[in-house]
Design a protein around this ligand. Sequence first.
Ligand code: SAH
Ligand code: SF4
Ligand code: F3S
Length: 495
Amino acid sequence: SRLIVPGETLRKGGQRPPFLPVAPPFWLQRPPFSAAPIEAGAGMGYLPSHFGQDPAMTPPRKLFVKTYGCQMNVYDSERMAEAMGGAGYVTTENPAEADMIVLNTCHIREKAAEKVYSELGRLKPLKAANPELKIAVAGCVAQAEGAEILRRAPMVDLVVGPQTYHRLPQMEAEARAGGRPVDTEFPPEDKFDHLPKGPRAGRGPAAFLTVQEGCDKFCAFCVVPYTRGAEVSRPAARLMAEARDLVARGVREITLLGQNVNAYHGEGDAGPWTLARLLRAMAGIEGLARLRYTTSHPNDMDDDLIAAHGDLPALMPYLHLPVQSGSDRVLKAMNRRHTAADYLRLIERLRAVRPDLALSGDFIVGFPGETEADFEATLDLVRRVGYHSPFPFKYSARPGTPAAERPVLPDSVLDERLYRLQALIAQQQRAAQSAMVGREVEVLFEKPGRMAGQMMGKSEHLHAVNVTAGGLAAGDLRRVRITESRTNSLAGVLV
Ligand code: SAH
Ligand code: SF4
Ligand code: F3S
């Protein structure tokens, strides 16, 4: 395994220039860090078909990107598509016609990491039919396994970690020349500074913007500090410029991303900016209606950020704030450095300034040593908080993490606890959705719904809302009265 020991990660990552990453849990759609692949080519539909095309070069090569894992990867996939756009590629949603396929992978749980190998198996016939097809493995599995991937999967042409994808065009050329390059460095330059500039396409109304990347927390179960390196924040001025650019291209809602987004401390005028300061500045950008941020650690919710939830109208009343467990004994074993009571107090303070705040979170069941009483404490915490959209995960031992050395509980125990937690969560989700019926909400419309004449958008609380009405366009912000709660969405009418 190529996992780096913590000290080494810190040293290497510490030299890394300010840079950035992950995104928003989409309410009831997919867990923020689920191993489930996002639909093919997701997030890249805004690249026009002529994007990156040099008129002298016919026809352009086609790039297919498949994204796994968190929103940070979604953002990175878009950036990789832009980088390859500069090398004459256009994106395609059809892997069969691709000249290059990038799998942007996730290492968070074993199942997520194994997906890359089953996907590679499925791609074999494509490679056999087209020997010119280049296959790249990017993202967190690339970072963790590096050259091992080339040994295990002979069909892979190149391996690129999350910090070096700006070098992808160069690596692709190397692969076309017969090489099999691997780059999983934490380089001294900022990958975001090395992406192609110039005219960029218009895009959908909701966008991700990575402001911070990496993590110094070292929770005992988690690979992120190893795959993404140390916590690094991008400079505020650059983020403000990127946000203004997004708004100029039609974006009305921005979700600031970071593996530990509320630890943001990017270089600004007169010293580093906090996340609250950045949110306040962005809220002043004309045309930007909504701000969100994800994912946060309870220990980094400072007073100003809590206050912002009360006094910043653009900051949407939805917060993904993982707690992992309701048992202090387990939290300690996880190295979370907060108690259940700390977390509950924090929620109380947030709700004091924003009573309608919708909460979401992540939970791990079956952490090594978790007893029935510990698990009951998690259920109890979930009952007390009342979540809109929590994400429960079965503990998965990850090589190189401290918890991987500890004895695991029987899988049957994990299954049973997951089932019980899921049942409680489903009940809370249904209640949260049903409570919306009859209420008026503001919806940012994003795209056509499944039925003819229908448009889908998101409410302030990140509920998916479908409305059938003429004249609605993506980017419209309209008041809607909710008439019905369906399995994963709400239906309503314009008011
Ligand atoms: N930075 C965020 C989220 C990181 S990963 C945070 O600190 O909350 C997203 C979620 O995946 C975590 O919140 C955790 O619930 C889950 N997760 C991480 N490692 C895991 C593991 N080894 N097994 C099961 N779930 C895990
Ligand atoms: Fe992983 Fe913990 Fe860092 Fe979140 S805070 S990314 S769970 S180590
Ligand atoms: Fe994200 Fe998975 Fe990497 S959750 S940071 S893609 S390990």
